[in-house]
Design a binder for this molecule. Sequence first.
Ligand code: ZN
Length: 210
Amino acid sequence: MSVTWTMKAVGLSVVTLSLSVELLFWLCRRLRPRRILNEVLFFPSDLACVEHIYNPNTCFCPLPHGVETSFSRLLSHILSASSSLDVCVFAFSNMDLSRAVLALHSKGVIIRVLTDKDYAAITGSQIGVLRKAGICVRCDTGSVYMHHKFAVVDNRFLITGSLNWTLTAVQCNQENIIITEEPHLLQPFIEEFHKLWVKNDPAKYYHSID
Ligand code: ZN
C-alpha cells in the first residue's frame, strides 16, 4: 500500500473515532435522567430589592440589588409559570407576590386563587386587587380554617410549607417552604386544590328567599 493511501486510511480512522466519541457523549447527555426540582427555602429572607427580576438596572433604591435571597428564589419559581398557577393560601397580603401573580395574569397564565374569606377582607389583603384585575378568586366558606399555604405551578411543581403570602411571613418570621417536582408529592396537592376549588364554587351557594 502506498504511503498516500496509508495516510488517508489513518485520517479516516481518526475522523471516525472522533465522530464516535461525539456520538457517545451526545447519547449519554440524552439518556441521562433530568434532575428533578427539589429545593428548600427558609425565611425570614435577607432584605434585598427584587425590581431587577422585572426591570434590570432600573432601580436606585437603597436596598441591595441583584442579590439572590430566599424570597427572590420563590418569586423566580412563581414567575416561571407558563400555563397555570393555582394558589391556595390562608393569607395573601404580600404586594411583591401580588405583583408576580398579576404579571403572570397579564401574560395569559391561568390563575386560580383560593383563600380564607375573613382574611380576604382585612386591610392590606391583595385579594381585592387580584379580583379587580379579573383573576378568579374563591374564598373558603367551610366551618374550619382553610389554613393551607401551597401553590402548584403549571401542574408541574409544588410550593408548600409554613409561609403565608404576607410581608411579615417573608421578612420577619421563621418559615420554610419546599419546592418540588416529585410526582407523588405534587399529585395529592393538585387533587386537594381541585377538591377545595369545586367545594367553594359560588354557584353552589344557596340562599333561602323568604
Ligand atoms: Zn431597588
